[in-house]
Design a binder for this molecule. Structure first.
Ligand code: PLP
Length: 377
């Protein structure tokens, strides 16, 4: 931007309460919920922590289903609220199963809260929420779902699946802002939260503050100045999805995952980290580096080879950094050309590191066929 360009992000009319409420309603429709939706004025970790601190107290027993790094974060919050934590874990190369969850609930009938991540962008897997939700509902515990990496990338049926606390963020498949997020709260969850003396009040983490100061008053007066730019961006993200059609956006993500997996297999040296197609998240595909090769070297070489400078390839975080490559084909990157270019970059990287002969063409062809099979074009 040059110095004499008129600023477009400044000097806007204030975002009023009616508009703020309208944005919440649009988000609720996207999440397929009729329960209350609170637009939270921070990144999605804010409502995730708020849900746990609001619904969990000393004496609670929580079932924490871990299929990636976010589940591990939840375990820490649950313990810090004084809950007993029962953990069910699935390998990052797979998904949690409803039977596994049912078994844990039978073994610990006192479980009153269940935390689950829908899709994990960081590990590339997705969990069968419909089936797990049915088991949790039968048991009677509250179900919290982290749907940040699944919303707009795959179906998210909050009410139908019996999700009591569902958290979304705009920054993944919605191709929107990272600085605001939203949480739906069921009537059951509000009852539990209201009865929890330890639930945050008078705090940025408080869901009850939003209920009492915003929802109960008919959403007429905002409790404080909203994150205006981010809220407007969130609205535009939802509007753009509605314009394209949610089903179309979801199909693009499904095609991107199928194409990336097919292309990676054709490259030879990289294999999908998530074994079964059904467990693979539509938002991001993770790939396993060959034995003895550091995934970060492949990523550096791929980014150097990428002439488009746009491929969403990165090394995984933390302990997985050495063995896992992420292709973040979410949002606008859920695109045929972006996926094909990502495979070209990875193919060039394998060749330049002397790992594999050039199989870029085979990979691009396999990916194109897989993409078209999903979209029917
Ligand atoms: C991306 C993501 C979040 C948001 O966390 P950031 O690290 O701020 O991007 C939360 N949960 C899941 C499952 C995610 O994929």
């Amino acid at each position: 931007m040059t110095a004499n360009t008129a600023p477009v992000l400044l000097d806007l009319a204030p975002l009023d309460a009616a508009h703020f409420a309208r944005i919440e309603d649009k988000v609720a429709a996207l999440m397929r919920t009729r329960e209350s939706v609170v637009a939270m004025q921070g990144e999605a970790l804010l409502p995730l922590e708020a849900c746990i601190r609001s619904a969990v107290r000393p004496g609670s027993t929580a079932l924490n289903i871990i299929t990636g790094p976010y589940g591990e974060t939840f375990g820490g919050w649950l313990r810090s609220c004084g809950a007993e934590v029962v953990t069910v874990a699935a390998p990052f190369s797979g998904a949690a199963g409803a039977e596994q969850v049912a078994e844990a609930l039978r073994a610990h009938p006192e479980i009153d809260f269940v935390s689950l991540v829908h899709a994990e962008a960081a590990t590339g897997n997705t969990n069968p929420v419909a089936e797990i939700g049915a088991v949790v509902r039968e048991h009677g515990a509250l179900l919290m779902l982290d749907a940040v990496a699944s919303v707009a990338a795959e179906p998210l049926l909050t009410d139908e699946w019996g999700v009591d606390l569902c958290v979304i963020g705009g920054q993944k498949a919605m191709a929107g802002p990272a600085g605001v997020s939203a949480v739906s709260v069921s009537a059951r969850a509000w009852e539990r939260i209201a009865a929890n003396e330890q639930a945050p009040r008078g705090s940025y983490l408080s869901l009850l503050d939003w209920k009492e100061r915003w929802i109960d008053g008919g959403r007429k007066v905002l409790p404080h100045a909203p994150a205006q730019l981010e809220m407007l961006a969130l609205e535009q993200a939802v509007d753009r999805i509605d314009g394209a059609g949610l089903d179309t956006v979801i199909l693009r993500h499904r095609a991107a995952a199928a194409a990336t997996r097919a292309g990676a297999r054709a490259l030879g040296a990289l294999s999908p980290y998530v074994t079964r197609d059904a467990d693979a998240a539509p938002a991001a595909t993770t790939l396993r580096a060959p034995d003895g090769v550091d995934a970060r070297e492949i990523v550096v070489a791929a980014l150097a080879a990428d002439r488009t400078r746009t491929v969403p390839v990165q090394a995984a975080g933390g302990a997985l950094a050495k063995e896992m490559i992420r292709v973040n084909h979410y949002g606008l990157a859920a695109d045929r050309a972006v996926v094909l270019d990502s495979l070209s970059a990875l193919g060039a990287a394998l060749e330049s590191l002397g790992i594999e002969a050039d199989r870029t063409d085979e990979a691009r062809d396999a990916a194109a066929v897989a993409w078209d099979a999903v979209t029917g074009s």
